[in-house]
Design a protein. Structure first.
Length: 299
């Protein structure tokens, strides 16, 4: 009989690639993980790992068992969730991860949950989607709020369920003083830009959009914090493309141009947790919150 705890170590290794990363994720020592994986090999009666330099990789048998193991662990979680699904009121802890601008927008929904369900503790962690999704699969988070840019919709693991929260229009923004009376798209190729770092989906989309206008943006400022990008724009230091959720209602002194595109805000949960009362309560609150936001975003 395979031990489920050790099976989880193998599944995490297939996701993270190194024993050190698995140890960090599960808050264990690398030697402890290695010892448990060796015991799993004996239980399975097959070679699951092979040495590659100073690390390891899964054998074909290891990959097959990891794939099947993910299904087994999901089935166990389904059973646990079904046992809780009849609860009269959500209780316990639900951990939510959201990227910066979304995390700030979530505060009203979290307060709404606290008022509705005194027994439910909702924890919010600011985390970029690239980090949050593996943590969702590992069980560190129960719900994550992520973003998708046109042309860069990620392929999600089949154990993850996606629900659309809102479309957040993207706008090109610059201080009127920086333009000095010039047309925003025509001046874009001659001005400094402020964007998220290379590798970000937002950055890739903005570069493609500018290319369609006939120029490549000269990026002088890079940061993940969209509020800082907005500050640079307001100070007349740069042009940027920003989602409307980041822009305040009053944007006097700014020139704004709709791009005709939008990022999509989504919630992601493990399918095995979709009927859990605490997860359902949080997802309802998110839909309500972003439903309210969507009305403002589209106006």
């Amino acid at each position: 009989m395979l031990d489920l705890g050790r099976l989880r170590f193998l599944v995490e290794l297939s996701r993270h690639g190194t024993i050190a990363a698995v140890a960090e994720t599960l808050h264990m020592s690398p030697s402890g993980i290695s010892h448990q994986l060796a015991r799993l090999e004996r239980e399975a009666g097959a070679v699951l790992l092979e040495r590659v330099g100073r690390g390891v990789r899964l054998t074909d048998a290891g990959r097959r068992l990891a794939e099947r193991g993910a299904d087994i662990l999901a089935a166990v979680e389904y059973a646990e969730t079904e046992a809780r699904s009849g609860a009269e009121s959500p209780a316990g802890t639900c951990r939510v991860a959201a990227f910066g601008s979304a995390a700030r927008a979530l505060v009203p929904s979290l307060l709404r949950c606290r008022r509705r369900y005194p027994g439910l503790r909702v924890e919010l962690v600011e985390s970029e989607p690239e980090v949050a999704l593996p943590a969702l699969l590992s069980g560190d988070f129960d719900v994550i709020v992520s973003e998708e840019y046109p042309g860069a919709e990620p392929a999600l693991p089949h154990h993850v369920e996606r629900a659309v929260l809102a479309a957040d229009p993207l706008e090109m923004v610059a201080a009127a003083g920086l333009l000095d009376g010039r047309d925003l798209p025509a001046a874009g190729g001659t001005l400094p830009w402020a964007l998220e770092p290379a590798g970000a989906a937002s950055r890739a989309w903005a570069v493609r959009y500018c290319s369609g206008l006939g120029f490549t943006p000269s990026v002088q400022y890079e940061c993940w914090d969209l509020d800082l990008l907005l500050l640079l724009v307001r100070q007349g230091a740069a042009v940027s493309v920003l989602p409307r959720l980041v822009l305040p209602p009053q944007t006097a002194g700014l020139v704004r141009m709709e791009t005709g595109a939008a990022r999509t805000l989504v919630s992601l949960v493990r399918r095995a947790r979709t009927s859990d009362p605490s997860v359902r309560a949080v997802r309802v609150a998110l839909q309500e919150q972003f439903g309210d936001s969507a009305a403002r975003l589209t106006n």
